[in-house]
Design a protein around this ligand. Structure first.
Ligand code: 5GP
Length: 308
């Protein structure tokens, strides 16, 4: 009788081999991520005779996203420029693609300074989702992260400190900062007050290898993407829409007309989440903060922490 399926023992062996191969590839990616191995070294092993199996079967995209200073957006751009398909494995590259990839990596290594190790991460999300709480938690618990202090024309709320929560400035002072080119981005939020990100502290932090977190609104996130395409955009989500409404009303700092206006804004803002590189659900502040901080050091090769 013809054999229609491999015997059980073959299937088990194949499954074991697949698990071992996945583990071996994960170990290669981890070594690149930890900088114990360079990406060029992995390529050389994959293209050796005989080729190293784990290295050769690794996808190019996975190898590149394991490099600590490369985010998913930059990897996607590089792959497009190099003409390498998303599913391509290292061992399956043609001669021309191999040469171009090696050249591209060589160029990067030679230009690498502290700036490439640091990341600019933008945290945005709908109003009242808890961006402020998450960024305050990060300021208090992760001193290595530089938190950008925005300028605003609104008055301080009780407990807010000038120079810590915001630089509270007049309209004239804001005009001056903007027109003299000192702002990375500015926006009028909720049709009311003006907010902006001072540029100099960010440049200084990045130049010394310190990652920077900007907690700004959606318009600001879009502006940053335009001027600094390498920035990583993170969208903070509420666990549910009902929870967002509860948080907004519960805060009690705005009158009902203002609450209604903010709910409308929140709806529009939620619709923009697909423009972002990552999404983090703010169910629990310390967990959400940890996830945001992780994005500052560990590039991920999937678009969203919620796997959406
Ligand atoms: P709040 O007045 O409640 O502190 O902030 C109102 C909104 O302004 C929040 O969505 C906050 O993320 C945003 N925001 C704070 N600073 C900046 C900034 O520098 N630029 C932009 N575009 N938005 C900001």
């Amino acid at each position: 009788m013809p054999r229609l399926a491999p015997p059980e023992v073959d299937r088990v062996a194949a499954a074991h081999a697949a698990v071992a191969a996945r583990r071996a590839r994960a170990a290669v990616k981890l070594a690149v991520h930890d900088r114990t191995r360079s990406a060029v070294d992995v390529l050389e092993a994959a293209w050796a005779d005989p080729p190293a199996a784990a290295e050769a079967s690794l996808r190019v995209r996975e190898l590149l996203t394991s490099i600590p200073s490369l985010g998913p957006t930059r990897v996607a751009k590089a792959m497009r420029e190099l003409g390498i398909a998303d599913s391509k494995r290292v061992g399956g590259l043609g001669v021309r693609q191999r040469r171009k990839l090696l050249e591209w990596l060589d160029n990067r290594e030679n230009r690498r300074g502290p700036r490439d190790l640091a990341r600019l991460v933008v945290l945005a999300g709908p109003t009242a989702v808890g961006k402020g709480t998450v960024s305050t938690y990060i300021r208090e618990n992760y001193p290595d992260v530089h938190l950008s202090v925005s300028a605003t024309t609104r008055a301080p709320r009780p407990g807010e400190v000038d120079g810590v929560n915001y630089f509270f400035v007049s309209d004239e002072e804001f005009d001056r900062l903007e027109s003299s080119g000192q702002m990375l981005e500015t926006a009028t939020v909720h049709n009311a007050f003006r907010y902006g990100t001072p540029r100099a502290p960010i440049d200084e932090a990045l130049a010394t290898g310190k990652s920077v977190l900007l907690e700004i609104d959606l318009q600001g996130a879009r502006s940053v993407r335009r001027v600094m395409p390498e920035a990583v955009l993170v969208f903070l989500l509420p666990p549910t829409w009902e929870e967002l409404v509860r948080r907004l009303i519960g805060r009690g700092t705005e009158d009902s007309a203002e609450q209604q206006r903010r709910l409308e804004t929140a709806k529009a803002e939620l619709a923009a989440q697909d423009e972002f590189d990552f999404r983090v659900v703010n169910s629990e502040v310390s967990t959400a903060a940890r996830e945001v901080v992780d994005l500052m050091v560990i590039p991920k090769n999937y678009r969203s922490s919620t796997h959406g």
